[in-house]
Ligand binder design. Structure first.
Ligand code: 1HE
Length: 270
């Protein structure tokens, strides 16, 4: 992949726990707390929010990855012990707001997974739109063993990828899924060799960024909502979304291009 990434400027350059780089329409947000295995402290989660609220102008897709040997070790456990019950509720709600910002933000997000994708790290991975896992990836939900519960939207998002039964197994027994098991269970979309995840994610993000922006918006905003609706309501919303996307000049041009044989055909390798 020949994309040349350069460091983001302004506010995004000031986020000490993230390293953010930009290559044309693709922004790469790297979790950058490797000494703590990218454990998500409150400050860390807030920096993620700041990043996703302030994506560079012109960003059309994002990649998120983890510095060091692991994607993310989940919640920073050193912050849990002193929390009161009400602080715990507000803390969880803060994660929900930030992760909603990521899922329902302006651009599709692709995660590169490697090493530990654990607890809140798996919740973060489940929030984005596509996951590329390297062979070193392992998935765990040690909340049961730690005496806590998921609080970063995992109970809503992870079962939608792998089902309640598999998630219950991981939480009740501490079962860890390796990369191949995670791929088979639906936790990743792509499984690649170690060291290949970022290139694959950038390739996907670049392809995504070349879609009509309104199509991408419909896919990230309308599709998950329609999937939660009763079919009659969902189909009504689908008809509106489809007409809106189709009515956009970008769509009309793409269809004209296909009919004039200027656009690619559908094929396995494309
Ligand atoms: C941490 C954390 C953390 C590492 N919070 N500090 N998550 C967990 O239960 C996962 C706990 N972590 C681990 O099982 C392991 O650290 C790993 C498998 C991820 C990595 O192992 P390893 O051998 O590479 O690293 P390490 O030696 O265990 O950790 C290096 C340092 O990171 C060490 O600190 P140090 O000061 O002694 O160097 C660890 O204490 C620190 N560290 N993980 C705090 N999670 C919104 S609700 C979500 C609920 C959850 O996420 S529960 C799951 C929490």
């Amino acid at each position: 992949m020949s994309s040349t990434f350069t460091p983001a400027t302004g506010l995004l350059a000031q986020l000490s726990m993230l390293r953010i780089e930009v290559a044309g329409p693709v922004v790469h947000i790297r979790l950058n707390r490797p000494d703590k295995r990218n454990a998500l402290s409150t400050e860390f989660v807030k920096q993620l929010q700041t990043a996703f609220v302030n994506l560079p102008e012109g960003a059309r897709a994002a990649v998120i990855s983890g510095e060091g040997a692991h994607f993310c070790a989940g919640l920073d456990l050193s912050e849990v012990t002193e929390q009161t019950v009400s602080e715990g509720v507000f803390h969880s709600r803060m994660w929900h707001a930030v992760f909603d910002q990521i899922q329902f933000g302006p651009v599709p997000v692709v995660a590169v997974l490697h090493g530990a994708v654990v607890g809140g790290g798996l919740e973060l991975a489940a929030t984005v739109h596509l996951r590329v896992a390297e062979q070193s990836t392992f998935y765990g939900l040690p909340e049961g063993q730690r005496g806590i519960f998921v609080g970063g939207s995992g109970s809503a998002r992870i079962p939608r990828l792998m089902g309640v039964s598999r998630m219950s197994d991981m939480m009740l027994t501490g079962r860890v899924f390796d990369a191949a098991e995670g791929q088979a269970a639906g936790l990743s979309n792509y499984l690649v060799e170690d060291g290949q995840g970022l290139a694959k994610a950038v390739e996907l993000a670049t392809r995504i960024a070349s879609n009509a922006p309104l199509s991408n918006y419909a896919i990230t905003q309308a599709l998950p909502r329609i999937a939660e609706m009763a079919p009659a309501e969902g189909l009504f919303v689908e008809s509106l979304m489809s007409a809106i996307a189709q009515g956009d000049e970008a769509a009309k041009q793409r269809v004209r291009d296909f009919l004039a044989k200027r656009a690619g055909k559908v094929g396995k390798a494309s």
